[in-house]
Design a protein around this ligand. Structure first.
Ligand code: PEP
Ligand code: MG
Length: 835
């Protein structure tokens, strides 16, 4: 037997001859069993192999199949190895494809390339391969799979073709089938002969098997050459394809590595069970039976009607859907808050899209039915958006389909796709390709305990809604998720973004214990939420809530808020179709003061612009709205907006109940001086009392000049959401960069420190009202940096308070000093372990 370079020897008990598996699953199970028995893999590997079949074709051709596990389950592989089943009568692998040699591969890295290479050679030697299908000597199989008969130098030295370039393959997983197929496709577009040479071996680039046979791994130098009329074009296109794929392959490998290495936050399942990995979208652990939503039947019948009648039908369906969305937005605003409700407002806007309506009408003019035309128009537009590959546009496509389904439901109730109607009685974990935001918002938490989707992203609306609803969720788990069966018991880990189907009794009891422990922790936090956030050594931090409407104040107080640190008044404008006048605003501010019953209230003057666009203000479109006329810049240009707001605020202050005013997006001293001047004029006009006038520190310029600004502002509140986006130059709405936009980035922390120092020089206080204030570790670190007030989403308050009560202020100050010298946000977060 020859030596084996990367997979080790092939012992006889890993070759089983003359087997007759019932079917493909049985063949995989048998092969996996052999690998388990040989100590190559953990038991969960069989399921991983089955899942791989759901997402990729492992039939190599010529009667050979190479089942192997999913890349993210590599942890289940203990040692590289292969198990071979000889199936003389063949087993159906895919319809019309029969496997007679099943080579199950367990490989930790790109070692399966070596196997693939030998197999592809065998595939070209039909006689030898045919012999392996029927041989009764396992030695034949072992020799064929473990020796490289062709390594001798070829008789004729190989040479490159006329035109050439050299390249070092940098695909982390070597040249596997997917990129190789792209090379083939590219080469096939040209008449020229194209060739790859690696050392003494050559392959025709138009032949996939030949390419794979080269067994190229990362770091190997190849010569790419071509000959023929369009050789130059072919080579330059091939080079472009190879380089494009480099980026993709490296990103895929990095993602897989990141996911595999991602510390499992929170729950650690016992015994490394098989898991489907996705992206964590909403924290929490859930146990339940899976309910897999079948993809909705998309066939919409084509029933033409006279055009004039069709136009009316469409018009009515659109109007009815608008009303429906409005009701849904109102309901969502009440249950989950105004920003979530904004999702349905935006969907309502989609109904006004003239391209969409035009396309529908064109199809109706061509003689098609209303529902059919509408459905086609939605699909075509959504398809175009999704195909652009931009995560934001993909999310937009999902919204478009969601709204399209609603209109269909109006046109014909049978077409609304009420896929969520037949949920099981027992609480389930819902599995779906993707879930529309309106479907998520409508989920009944007593029937659905968790949510996992094949597509989607952590910043998509569905994920945001799941978080708000407290529903553990994972997204982007890939199509393998949909191959799971309804009724399977599973554990969904929304902290780590993993789904564990068929958990062991130990995993189940560990998960139950964890859920119970979390419940107790939450109960403990909630029990103590009205206690102040005083550290063990007596340093007290003010804890306030970010609340926009008076009717949300009671909930905030019940969570332990000591006041409102940020009332975002733009929501008074966003919520309505018109601008609220002075009286309406006075009513809103007074109601908030009443609800707070003497507790502090900081009202932020209108922050319109950036992502908060108010359609009825008809503001000019800007190319970079986040860098445009936003916040204070708009207020100073629009007295028609600022004056009534300030009048209402100073009139509310006359009640004697606490009220401070804060201005957003300040970048310079002249802005504050101008705003203070206007405030003073209006205060005098309405004969109101003096109130504290603060500014938001959201722009690096403000943080850098904090010592100067502090002369003119009574307090600072740092808006870390914006400060992070402006410091790191990462659009806060860009989902692709979301993971990097960490407010604990050392650069942001340094700006916070400068703000604190600048404020202290003039005896001003500093609060934080950006999202990081609600992160328990973030809150601890900010306290160490010297921030005096933290204002956050009410739900975050109990955990933040508890965290701070568990710390010593001295230790937090030392922690902050260390954080300031860290190189990355990850290093900063790693400090949590030392706290
Ligand atoms: C911030 O930028 O951190 C902030 C609190 O303001 P908003 O999120 O409303 O822009
Ligand atoms: Mg802001």
């Amino acid at each position: 037997m020859g030596s084996v370079d990367t997979v080790g020897a092939l012992p006889r008990d890993l070759v089983r001859l003359a087997v007759s598996p019932r079917d493909k699953a049985d063949a995989i199970a048998q092969a996996a069993q052999m690998l388990v028995a040989a100590g190559c893999v953990e038991a969960g590997y069989a399921q991983s192999m089955i899942r791989r079949e759901g997402v990729a074709n492992t039939f190599l051709g010529h009667g050979v199949a190479i089942p192997h596990g999913m890349a993210e389950d590599r942890a289940l592989v203990r040692a590289n190895g292969i198990a071979v089943l000889q199936v003389p009568d063949g087993v159906e692998w895919n319809p019309g494809q029969s496997a007679r040699l099943v080579v199950a591969i367990a490989a930790q890295s790109d070692t399966h390339i070596a196997i693939l290479r030998r197999l592809t050679r065998l595939l070209q030697d039909e006689d030898r391969l045919g012999g392996l299908f029927v041989t009764s000597d396992p030695g034949d199989v072992i020799t064929a799979l473990t020796t490289d008969p062709e390594v001798n130098a070829p008789a004729v030295p190989v040479s490159d073709l006329a035109k050439r370039f050299e390249w070092v393959l940098d695909y982390p997983n070597g040249l596997h089938a997917r990129p190789a197929a792209r090379w083939v496709d590219t080469a096939k577009g040209y008449a020229a002969r194209c060739q790859i040479r690696h050392g003494d071996e050559v392959a025709d680039v138009k032949n996939l098997v030949a390419l794979l046979r080269l067994g190229l791994t990362q770091g190997e130098r190849i010569s790419v050459s071509a000959e023929g009329p369009d050789a130059d074009q072919a080579l330059s296109r091939l080079k472009a394809t190879m380089l494009d794929l480099s980026v993709q392959e490296r990103a895929d490998a990095a993602l897989a590595a990141r996911r595999a290495k991602q510390p499992v936050i929170g729950w650690h399942p016992p015994g490394a069970p098989m898991a489907l990995a996705g992206i964590a979208a909403a924290p929490g652990l859930a146990i339940g039976r899976l309910h897999v939503l079948a993809a909705a039947d998309r066939s919409v019948p084509d029933h033409p009607v006279p055009l004039s009648e069709g136009g009316n039908i469409l018009h009515e369906a659109l109007s009815a859907t608008r009303l429906q969305l409005k009701a849904l937005a109102d309901d969502t605003a009440r249950r989950l808050g105004p920003s979530e409700a904004g999702i349905f407002k935006a969907q309502g806007e989609l109904l006004n899209d003239t391209d969409l309506i035009t396309l529908t009408c064109q199809l109706m003019v061509e003689g098609h039915g209303v529902a059919w035309s509408w459905d086609q128009a939605i699909e075509r537009m959504a398809g175009k958006l999704a195909a652009l590959g931009n995560a934001l546009l993909v999310a937009r496509a999902a919204d478009l389909r969601d709204v399209g389904r609603r209109v269909l439901g109006q046109l014909d109730p049978g077409l609304g796709g009420a896929s969520l109607h037949d949920l099981p009685d027992e609480p389930c974990i819902l599995i779906a390709g993707d879930l529309a935001p309106s479907e998520t918002a409508g989920l009944d938490p007593s029937r659905v305990v968790g949510l996992a989707t094949a597509q989607g992203g952590p910043t998509a609306h569905t994920a945001i809604l799941a978080r708000t609803m407290g529903l553990p969720a994972m997204v982007a788990a890939g199509p393998g998720l949909l191959a799971l069966e309804s009724g399977t018991l599973a554990i969904l880990d929304g902290y780590g973004g993993r789904l564990y189907p068929d958990p062991s009794p130990e995993a189940l009891s560990s998960a139950r214990a964890f859920i119970a422990e979390q419940g107790l922790r939450r109960a403990r936090e909630e029990e103590r939420r009205s206690l102040p956030a005083s550290t063990r050594d007596g340093h007290r931090v003010e804890i306030a809530a970010n609340v926009n409407f008076a009717d949300q104040a009671a909930f905030a107080l019940s969570q332990g808020a000591e006041g409102v640190g940020l009332m975002r008044t733009e929501f008074l404008f966003l919520e309505r179709g018109d601008t609220p006048d002075e009286e309406a605003q006075l009513a809103a501010y007074t109601a908030m003061q009443d609800a707070l019953n003497g507790r502090p209230l900081i009202v932020r003057a209108l922050d319109i612009g950036g992502d908060k666009q108010v359609a009825h203000l008809d503001l000019p479109r800007e190319d970079n709205p986040f860098l445009g006329v936003r916040g204070a810049r708009l207020l100073l240009r629009r007295p028609d907006l600022l004056d009534p707001q300030l009048r209402a605020l100073y009139r509310a202050a006359k009640s004697g109940k606490p009220l401070s005013i804060m201005f957003p997006m300040i970048t310079s001293v002249p802005e504050i001086i101008a705003l203070r001047g206007i405030c003073e004029r209006i205060r005098a006009e309405v004969e109101g009392p003096e109130v504290a006038l603060g500014i938001m520190v959201e722009v690096p310029a403000a943080a850098l000049a904090a010592d100067v600004l502090a002369r003119h502002a009574d307090f600072f509140s740092i808006g870390t959401n914006d400060l992070t986006q402006y410091t790191l130059a990462i659009d806060r709405q860009n989902p692709e960069l979301a993971a990097e936009a960490d407010s604990l980035h050392p650069a942001v922390l340094r700006l916070i420190r400068m703000t604190v120092d600048g404020a202290a020089a003039h005896g001003r206080w500093v609060g934080i009202c950006g999202g990081i204030a609600g992160d328990p570790f973030g809150a601890a670190l900010l306290t160490g940096l010297g921030v005096q007030e933290l204002s956050m989403t009410p739900r975050d308050i109990p955990a933040v308070k508890e965290r701070l009560r568990d710390c010593d202020a001295t230790a937090l100050r030392a922690l902050a000093e260390r954080a300031l010298t860290c190189e990355t946000a990850t290093d900063v977060r790693a400090l949590e372990a030392d706290l």
